[in-house]
Design a protein around this ligand. Structure first.
Ligand SMILES: Nc1ncnc2c1ncn2[C@@H]1O[C@H](COP(=O)(O)OP(=O)(O)OP(=O)(O)O)[C@@H](O)[C@H]1O
Ligand SMILES: [Mg+2]
Length: 408
């Protein structure tokens, strides 16, 4: 019965969540039918359950009545002299006893049905879990003093028997450097950012400010690295709560972060629908555009002030002009913060200090953009040559504008 109940509730919840789509496509009937089918399945077992209950009720009552009647006959006729009070007391207890049996049967049954929840909790407990924090994994208080990152022979896979999505990466990023990561779709850029945070299983070592990340507690590691994932997540509440959930900063800091993240360059000060710290955010950021969500995620990362900031396509949904404003404010305001920037749009990262090119999980190029562009057969050069605004990219990589018609 409890196995049949979950699908009913699940289907109902899904239908409510997708109500607008169901109405728009006129799919009410299909949903109604599916819902009725599931209810039927539940009703079958529920009907059975209550019928059995009734079956046992009648049997137990009959047996109980026979037992009390037998006892009464025995007490009245079997033994000679008996006091009325004793007989009354015994009969009363006997009647109580038979209803007690029924009650016990019911309770045992209830326990068994509710045991389903225990089973569920048990299987959740048995899921493989990340290591718990330990005393020895506590990093020293000064850590991280710099955003220095050294990666040695890093390989990663999503499951123990899955394929290696990263293969033997080794590189070093000095504190305060801006490093771009490029590569084709599926080349392992997001996987690299996840493996720096030990979100997937890794081999090899990552040293963050001199300490191997495998030796420190996960909460210490993750609270000292800020990552903006490919799909930013916001919480329902006000914008202020999203930027600063623990109320640690004052409004001036939050406004500064919003400015650096480019919010004020995409909205007018007197616009009616402009976002302020008191704007309400729907759950998951549903009432904002994807670009606005990315800007808020970026502002949140700036407020946190970690030494290592990882942006995974954090500005992919933001127009080019705003993106370059954001990139320049990141460059100018986060001086000693190491930034790792994953981007498909080459303009975003072409003026970075170093560029990592990934291909099928392998590091194929690592160096300053201008250096990499010198290599005629290089991947970065191929990517740049493929793109529409090749000349502007070369110019940006070189750090000076290229005159019209000048060959590279
Ligand atoms: N959750 C996952 N479970 C198993 N394999 C995964 C998972 N996520 C990604 N992969 C695999 O890892 C490889 C690298 O994926 P990754 O997400 O790192 O690519 P990416 O370079 O970030 O691509 P994109 O530019 O599309 O974001 C892919 O081959 C993919 O099949
Ligand atoms: Mg990705």
């Amino acid at each position: 019965m409890s196995n049949a109940r979950a699908p009913v509730l699940g289907h109902f919840g899904a239908a409510i969540a997708g109500l607008t789509s169901i109405r728009a496509y006129g799919a009410e009937d299909a949903f109604k039918e599916e819902s009725l089918n599931r209810i039927d399945r539940y009703t079958k077992s529920a009907r059975m359950f209550y019928n059995l209950n009734r079956w046992i009720c009648i049997r137990i009552d009959l047996i109980g009545a026979a037992f009390s009647a037998g006892l009464a006959a025995y007490l009245v006729y079997g033994r000679g002299i008996q006091e009325a009070s004793n007989i009354g007391f015994s009969l009363n207890m006997a009647v109580g006893f038979s209803s007690m049996i029924l009650w016990w049967v019911r309770v045992l049954n209830e326990v068994e049905v509710s045991g389903n929840s225990l089973e569920r909790i048990d299987s959740y407990i048995k899921i493989e879990q990340e290591p718990k924090p330990t005393e020895g994994g506590q990093p020293p208080a000064y850590w991280p003093a710099s955003g220095d990152l050294r990666v040695e022979n890093l390989s990663a896979r999503y499951s123990t028997d899955g394929p290696k999505v990263l293969q033997d990466l080794s590189f070093q990023i000095k504190s305060g450097e801006r490093v771009g990561i490029v590569g084709r779709t599926g080349s392992g850029k997001s996987s690299l950012t996840l493996s720096l945070l030990r979100c997937i299983s890794t081999e090899g070592s990552v040293y963050y400010d001199g300490i191997p990340t495998s030796a420190i507690n996960l909460d210490a590691l993750r609270s000292n690295v800020t990552i903006i994932p490919q799909i930013p997540e916001l919480l329902s509440g006000t914008l202020r709560q999203n930027l600063d959930p623990f109320d640690q900063h004052d409004d001036a800091v939050l406004y500064d972060a919003l400015r650096s993240a480019g919010l004020f360059s995409v909205q007018d000060e007197f616009e009616e629908a402009r976002l302020t710290l008191d704007s309400a955010i729907a759950s998951g950021g549903g009432n904002l555009s994807v670009g606005q969500r990315q800007i808020l995620a970026l502002a949140r990362a700036i407020v946190r002030g970690s030494k290592l900031l990882i942006l995974d396509e954090a500005t992919s949904a933001i127009d080019y002009k705003t993106d370059s404003a954001i990139q320049s404010s990141l460059r100018n305001e986060l001086h000693n913060v190491t930034q790792i920037i994953v981007a498909h749009r080459l303009q975003t990262i072409i003026d970075a200090d170093k560029i990592i090119v990934l291909d099928a999980g392998k590091l194929v190029e690592f160096g300053s953009p201008w250096e990499l562009l010198q290599n005629e057969k290089g991947m970065l050069r191929a990517l740049v040559d493929e793109s529409g605004d090749k000349d502007a990219l070369y110019a940006a990589a070189h750090g000076k504008p290229v005159a019209e018609g000048e060959s590279l």
